[in-house]
Design a protein around this ligand. Structure first.
Ligand code: SAH
Length: 480
C-alpha cells in the first residue's frame, strides 16, 4: 500500500486490517506499548510486555509497522502484575502499572542505555541501576485535573461518561483522547491533593459553576490544580477559569477555607485561549499567600502557582544530591545553574560552592529563587530571568568564568546555542539533569564531540508507574 492509498487498498506487508495474529513481544516502546514481531513485521500492542506471546487483531497499518489490539494473552511475562488501580485501563496517567516495580526500574535503565547508544552513539557508558522508591505510591505533590461536563462528548470520545450530581466532572483524560474520566482517588497522588480535588469539585457543583466545554469554548471552570508542600503540609489551590469572572468568589473562598484548613493560598488563573496549555497569562491571588512553602533536605522553598517544582519530593532529594556529588565541589568554584526554576538545585549547590549563578526563563520563578536564597540565609547565589542561551553568553562576556555548569532543561533538551556556549566557556565539569533520554543522548553527543567525556549516568525514578525517566549525568572535560 502506498502512502495516501485508500482504506480498501491491500497492504504490502504480511497482514491486512482485522487479521488476527499470534506473535512474540520483543520490547517496550518509550510510550510503554509492547513491540510485537511476526513475519518480520512490527506491530505495537497496547498492554503487552516483553517476553509475552499474544494473539492480537490488526487495527491499523502504516507502511513499515502497525497497531494491533490484544485479544488473548497466550503466555504472560513473569514480570506481569495485576494493576492495583481500578481505572488503569482507561486513564492516560500511568503506563506501567501492569509491570512489576523492579522490572520497571530495570526497563528504565535499559531505555536510557538504548537511547545513549542509538541516538548518542555512546557505547560502554556506566549507567547505574535506577534509584527507585521503597513505597512507589501516593508520591505526587501536585495534581492538575481538567474539568468538564459529564454529558458532553469531546474530541475523539467514543462513549459518554456518567458524571456527578449536576454533570460537572474532573479527573484525567482517557488514554489518547480528551474525554475526561471523573476521578476522586489517584494511587500516585498525595492524599491531600485527592482531597482538594474532591472538595473543590463539590463546591463547584454546589455553587453551580459551569464546567468548561472544549468544543464550544463556553463554561467557566477549566482546571483545578492542587499543590502540597509535603514536609510543611501547606496547600495551594489554583482555579483556572475561562475569563476573569469567577462567579460567587467570596463563597468559593469561604467554602474552601472551611473544608480545607491547611490551604494557605487560593489562586485564580485566567485562560481564555483555545489551547491544551493549562495556564493563561493572568494569575491573581484570591486569598492568602501568593506562595506555599516546602522543604527539601533542610532547605526551605517558596513556590508560586506558575513555578516549576519537582513533583516527587523524596526522589528529588536523591536526584539533587547526585547532581551535587557529580559537581564535585570543594567550596571555591563558580557554578552556573541553567534552567534553575525556583533555584532548587542552585541552593543545594551553593552550600558547597564559592558562587552560584542561576538562570531561568520564567520571571516569577526567579522571584521565588531570590526569595528562597534569602529565606535560607544563602548569600552566594544570584539569579537572573531570561533564556539561558542568551544570558549565559552575556555572563561570559562580563567575565564570569564557570568551573562547573549544571543544566536541567525541559523535555526538548538544551538549546544548541547554549551547548556552543558551554563548549566555549569550557568548564571542568558539566552536570546534566534530564527528563528525556533521547534529547539527553543528542546533547551528550555534542558535548563529546566538543571535548567532553560522559563519565556516569544515574537514572532516578521520579515517576513510578509511568514511562518517564529522569537522569543525572556527570560529564568531564577530557583534559581534566
Ligand atoms: N532545575 C529546576 C527546574 C527544571 S525544569 C528544578 O529542578 O526544579 C526546566 C526549567 O527550564 C523550567 O523552570 C522552565 O521554565 C525553564 N526553561 C525553559 N526554557 C528555558 C530557557 N530557554 N532558558 C532558561 N530556562 C528555561
Amino acid at each position: 500500500m502506498s502512502a495516501g492509498a485508500g482504506k480498501s487498498a491491500r497492504h504490502d506487508g504480511p497482514f491486512q486490517k482485522n487479521d488476527v495474529v499470534t506473535m512474540d513481544i520483543v520490547g517496550l516502546t518509550h510510550e510503554g506499548e509492547g513491540v510485537g514481531r511476526s513475519d518480520g513485521f512490527t506491530l505495537f500492542v497496547h498492554g503487552a510486555l516483553p517476553g509475552e506471546k499474544v494473539r492480537a487483531k490488526v487495527m491499523k497499518l502504516k507502511k513499515q509497522y502497525g497497531y494491533a489490539r490484544m485479544e488473548e494473552l497466550l503466555a504472560p511475562s513473569g514480570d506481569r502484575v495485576e494493576p492495583p488501580c481500578e481505572i488503569y485501563k482507561e486513564c492516560g496517567g500511568c503506563q506501567l502499572q501492569h509491570l512489576d516495580y523492579e522490572a520497571q526500574l530495570a526497563w528504565k535503565r535499559q531505555h536510557v542505555v538504548d537511547n545513549l547508544t542509538r541516538i548518542g552513539k555512546l557505547n560502554n557508558i556506566t549507567v547505574h541501576p535506577t534509584i527507585g522508591m521503597d513505597e512507589p505510591w501516593k508520591y505526587r505533590n501536585k495534581a492538575s485535573v481538567p474539568v468538564g461536563h459529564a454529558s458532553v462528548r469531546s474530541g475523539g470520545a467514543d462513549r459518554v461518561e456518567e458524571g456527578g450530581a449536576d454533570g460537572l466532572i474532573a479527573g484525567f483524560y482517557a488514554r489518547g483522547s480528551h474525554r475526561i474520566i471523573d476521578m476522586d482517588d489517584c494511587l500516585i497522588q498525595h492524599e491531600h491533593n485527592d482531597e482538594v480535588i474532591r472538595v473543590v469539585k463539590g463546591i463547584a457543583r454546589e455553587l453551580r459553576v459551569t464546567p468548561y466545554d472544549e468544543e464550544s469554548g463556553t463554561g467557566v471552570l477549566r482546571h483545578i490544580m492542587a499543590r502540597t508542600g509535603v514536609v510543611t503540609g501547606e496547600i495551594m489551590v489554583v482555579l483556572v477559569t475561562n475569563g476573569k469572572r469567577l462567579p460567587r468568589q467570596p463563597e468559593w473562598i469561604e467554602h474552601i477555607r472551611k473544608a480545607l484548613p491547611a490551604v494557605k493560598s487560593i489562586v485564580q488563573n485566567v485562560n481564555e485561549r483555545s489551547t491544551n496549555v493549562i495556564f493563561g497569562d493572568e494569575t491573581k491571588v484570591l486569598w492568602g499567600s501568593e506562595v506555599i512553602y516546602d522543604e527539601l533536605d533542610g532547605i526551605r522553598f517558596a513556590i508560586s502557582a506558575r513555578s516549576f517544582y519537582q513533583v516527587n519530593p523524596a526522589q528529588t532529594v536523591a536526584l539533587y544530591r547526585k547532581a551535587v556529588e557529580y559537581a564535585a565541589l570543594s567550596g571555591t568554584e563558580k557554578v552556573i545553574d541553567a534552567y534553575c526554576g525556583i533555584g532548587t538545585i542552585s541552593l543545594f549547590l551553593a552550600r558547597q560552592a564559592g558562587e552560584v549563578y542561576g538562570v531561568e526563563i520564567v520571571p516569577e520563578a526567579i522571584e521565588d529563587a531570590k526569595r528562597n536564597a534569602q529565606l535560607n540565609g544563602i548569600e552566594n547565589a544570584s539569579f537572573e530571568a531570561g533564556p539561558a542561551e542568551v544570558v549565559i553568553p552575556r555572563w561570559r562576556d562580563e567575565g564570569i568564568e564557570a568551573d562547573v555548569i549544571v543544566v536541567d532543561p525541559p523535555r526538548k533538551g538544551c538549546d544548541p546555542a547554549l551547548l556552543d556556549t558551554i563548549l566555549d566557556i569550557s568548564p571542568e565539569r558539566v552536570v546534566y539533569v534530564s527528563c528525556n533520554p533521547s534529547t539527553l543522548a543528542r546533547d551528550l553527543r555534542v558535548l563529546e564531540d566538543g571535548g567532553y567525556r560522559t563519565v556516569e549516568v544515574q537514572p532516578v525514578d521520579m515517576f513510578p508507574h509511568t514511562v518517564h525517566v529522569e537522569c543525572v549525568v556527570g560529564i568531564c572535560r577530557v583534559d581534566t
